[in-house]
Design a protein around this ligand. Sequence first.
Ligand code: UN1
Length: 507
Amino acid sequence: MSTDDSRRHYIDGEWTTGTGDETFTSQNPATGEALASFHRGTEDDVDRALAAAEDAYDEWRSLSHIDRAEYLWDIYHELRDRHEELGEIVTMECGKEISEGLADVTESWHMVEWAAGNARHPHGDVVPSEIASKDAYMRRKPKGVVGCITPWNFPVAIPFWHLAVTLVEGNTVVWKPAEQTPWCAHIIAEMFEDSGIPDGVFNLVQGYGDAGNAIVEDDRVETVLFTGSAEVGHKIASKVGGEPGKIAACEMGGKNAVVITEEADLDIAVHSAVMSSFKTTGQRCVSSERLIVHEDLYDEFKERFVDIASDIAVGDPLEEDTFMGPLIEDDQVEKFKRYNDLAREEGANVLVDRADLGAEEIPEGHEEGHWVGPFVYEIDYDEDLRCINEEVFGPHVALLKYSGDFDRALEMHNSVDYGLAGAIISEDYRQINQFRDEAEIGLAYGNLPCIGAEVHLPFGGVKKSGNGLPSGREVIEAVTERTAWTLNNSKDIEMAQGLSADIITDE
Ligand code: UN1
């Protein structure tokens, strides 16, 4: 593909090749074929985009929330109109099966709907003052220029988690999407162009970590929104943490678990575990790589789970009868296999190993895809085992047996450094409520898979998983400043806390 065909960045309302001379291609993980070519952004491109975002800020923030939201409503309609087209592109570019590709787009317009709808909702609180003649209330103001860095696994939904609220609240944006899914990003930029949003309010720089880093390090950026790996997120958080006034809202991975107690309904348990572990081929940050199962129903659960894992339909993600598409790239296949080997070294009894699929299992014409099937094992619990502490991001699943009461399951559940998502399967409301209250996670589910959050709930984790801000509804906290505003309606000055307002002089 020649440079001329390569798609461009969208900076200051224009499509530009940028200053670099490198291009990169996006690949279909199911076939290995190149989908499209893109200009690779440089620090200079980021610099231009940030300058444009800074210039556009005053005018953009001077509009009302409702006027700003009008541009987002146009995008909402375009997302709906292009649902099938964009859902297929999601599937082609990141390999999730087609119902997931379509759901990604649906989730994105839900986020836009929430953000644009919120423009007409009350923002803040009227607060009583100790002094009757004072009015006090909380107002939100935009931060300024916001940098967004998004992952490949939800290439449309997560960008809108970042962008929609950020823009409606009056910030301007420079966005660097994952290098694996630039085509989805390109279409999103087309939608912003179609909406007629003022130049410089929304800027897209395609590229790799160096471009992302240029966003993170620039003084003009007030807030960095990052969703992606813990490795990168922690670097960003520690860089930004040293700068007063600047914040990094980071949403990272998990080593999530489904806890199946002796009071579980086994049908719900098996169904939830399969969904949690194998949807998106285990590549959600909320996917479950640990199944903590009570000894009373361990054997039956194991048999049923293993049966399904042995047969789960791995195949062409564009086909509706596929459950699991490929992994995103070769590096991910290698990582998955490395962790499977590690589990063996740490003493795993392997129950299903479809890491190397047989030729007959790989769909025709897809030989170059990044194919793997489930890897399921049981292992004697030891809280220090690396295979049950480190996130793999693939269909690598440990069955962990526990005995005794529910406290033991909770202890095992909470023993990891991460704290994103988890589920309890039980018919006992006391166990369910204890899990709700004591599981160290941001997204907790009862009798459900631990995936599939809706956008109007806060989405985020605790501990090593992040500060829970760049996503869903709570992004508003990261992209606005709150002002406590107090107005005196009297001619006299009267202070709270009984503080004297008398001015005393020696005269
Ligand atoms: C992710 O796991 O990377 O809760 C995002 C879910 C989706 C978002 C997942 N709404 O499963």
